[in-house]
Ligand binder design. Structure first.
Ligand SMILES: NC(=O)c1ccc[n+]([C@@H]2O[C@H](COP(=O)([O-])OP(=O)(O)OC[C@H]3O[C@@H](n4cnc5c(N)ncnc54)[C@H](O)[C@@H]3O)[C@@H](O)[C@H]2O)c1
Length: 458
């Protein structure tokens, strides 16, 4: 079959994979190829056991794989054949040299740009899908036009707003799609081509067109605002614990104000995920570079509160378990940074496990989807940590349970059965505020939730 367009995506990760799976499903008239340098990942995408867990993803892959969706490591070949190239490689925080710990590490992006240049014999549209510092498209444009071979590239920004755990829903029914280009004739023409792809399933009033710098900065700003709401409510949770106000009641009361709205007001052990911290620090770095130190400090405090909230959780455990957890078995229920994903990047569970381990606790980690990643995150202490799929077995003989991920299954566990197998007095620390605290208290648990007065028998 002849395809109307050949689309390539470089980077088969959490964004590139699901995004292209949805495009291939919605647009059978396009040939979609996803390439990656990681052979194992590509093999997994081509197997029964795809490399990431997202509700609904598996089914969509099976519908289109090897029909109009292909996964491969042949990057040069893919570039040559493509009309439009989405770049979705990782942009982690730089951990060396200038800007270490804050700036985005653009080496993967730059390498990709050079590879595109080396393999392009005709004009192409390059779409930034990765989250990048504002004005990266300019730098990329310069690299891409380094040689005088007459090939022209339009660099566009089409940041991805999907959230892990709901990626397919977000991609199929996005709040908006943002496409930024230069305001030149060729820039606008390229922008219309990308609009045309999304218009196959996204209503036109949800497709926002902007200049390229606005698109780049909007992604960083969106993540900064989302994380800021979490840090804001978490900061108030600490005050609730001191004053007997209840954080869920406060969140509900303020969330009914239509100017504030109810979303992202759930207090917790802290935010995780590969993006929030990295993107805020990147924003901080950019502001510092422009001499906007007050703006940088403002946003950096969002990250600081988050780190403080994680440490505060462990301090609270210690304090309430008679100032020592040494030799005590503690079952951590949940390791993924949020429910419905196996992703553990920047998960608060990593810090909490390590801190408890340093306190000589016997830590048992349990999660329905993230144990494989947890083992990788804890590689250096793997032999000292117990990994257990079954939350009942994990809790057997424990002094305390801590809920670290809001998996539905943890709401419905038989806590009456669990407490019988625990060392008494039994403690439960609900780091996600998802359990029935009064019910647990009446079973005999000493219950500590975030932003709520403790319910204790001791
Ligand atoms: N994960 C999210 O929820 C999310 C949401 C929105 C935006 N983003 C942004 O999207 C980008 C990608 O994030 P991700 O979570 O998909 O990352 P990821 O690490 O899951 O995937 C990136 C992939 O790129 C591949 N890669 C790196 N260099 C390459 C190269 N030169 N050629 C080919 N492949 C290469 C890696 O092997 C990896 O498989 C980041 O900039 C991130 O900030 C992520």
């Amino acid at each position: 079959m002849d395809f109307e367009k050949s689309i390539l995506c470089i980077g088969a990760g959490y964004v590139g994979g699901p995004t292209m799976v949805v495009i291939a499903n919605k647009c059978p008239q396009y040939r979609v190829t996803v390439v990656d340098i990681n052979q194992d990942k590509v093999d997994a995408w081509n197997s029964e056991n795809i490399p990431i867990y997202e509700p609904g993803l598996d089914k969509l892959v099976k519908k289109v794989r090897d029909k109009n969706l292909f996964f491969s490591t042949e990057i040069d070949k893919g570039i040559k054949a493509a009309d439009i190239i989405f770049v979705s490689v990782n942009t982690p925080t730089k951990n060396y040299g200038q800007g270490a710990g804050k700036a985005a590490d653009l080496q993967y992006w730059e390498r990709t740009a050079r590879q595109i240049l080396a393999n392009s014999g005709r004009d192409k549209i390059i779409v930034e899908k990765s989250t990048l510092p504002v004005r990266t498209a300019e730098a990329m444009g310069r690299i891409l036009h380094e040689t005088e071979n007459g090939v022209r590239f339009e660099v566009l920004s089409n940041p991805e707003f999907l959230a892990e755990g709901t990626a397919i829903k977000d991609l199929e029914n996005p709040d908006r799609v943002l496409i930024g280009s230069k305001d030149t004739e060729s820039g606008i023409k390229a922008r219309k081509e990308i609009v045309e792809i999304y218009a196959n399933w996204v209503p036109m009033d949800r497709i926002i067109e902007s200049n390229v710098w606005s698109a780049e900065l909007s992604k960083l700003t969106a993540n900064a605002f989302l994380a800021q709401r979490i840090s804001s409510i978490n900061s108030i949770s600490a005050l609730c614990e001191k004053t007997e106000a209840d954080i869920d009641e406060v969140a509900y009361a303020i969330g009914t104000d239509s100017r504030i709205g109810p979303k992202f007001l759930k207090s917790s052990v802290g935010f995780g995920g590969s993006c929030f911290k990295k993107d805020i620090l990147n924003l901080v770095y950019i502001c510092q570079n422009y001499g906007l130190d007050e703006v940088a400090d403002y946003w950096e405090s969002v990250v600081k509160i988050n780190e403080w909230q994680e440490r505060r959780f462990v301090r609270n455990m210690l304090l309430n378990m008679f100032n020592t957890v040494a030799g005590k078995r503690i079952a951590l229920l949940g390791f993924a940074f949020k429910a419905n994903t196996g992703d553990t990047r920047e998960s608060p569970a990593i810090t909490i496990t390590r801190e408890l381990f340093e306190e000589h606790a016997e830590v048992v980690v349990s999660d329905p989807k993230a144990l494989e990643n947890a083992r990788i995150d804890l590689k250096d202490v793997e032999d000292s940590i117990i990994f257990e799929d079954d939350p009942y077995k994990a809790s057997e003989g424990a002094h305390a349970i801590a809920i670290l991920t809001e998996w539905e299954l943890y709401k419905d566990l038989d806590y009456g059965r669990i407490i019988k197998g625990m060392v008494q007095p039994a403690f439960i620390f609900d780091g996600r505020n998802i359990l029935d605290h009064k019910g647990l208290f009446s079973m005999g648990f000493n219950v500590f939730a975030i932003g709520k007065a403790p319910l204790t028998h001791i």
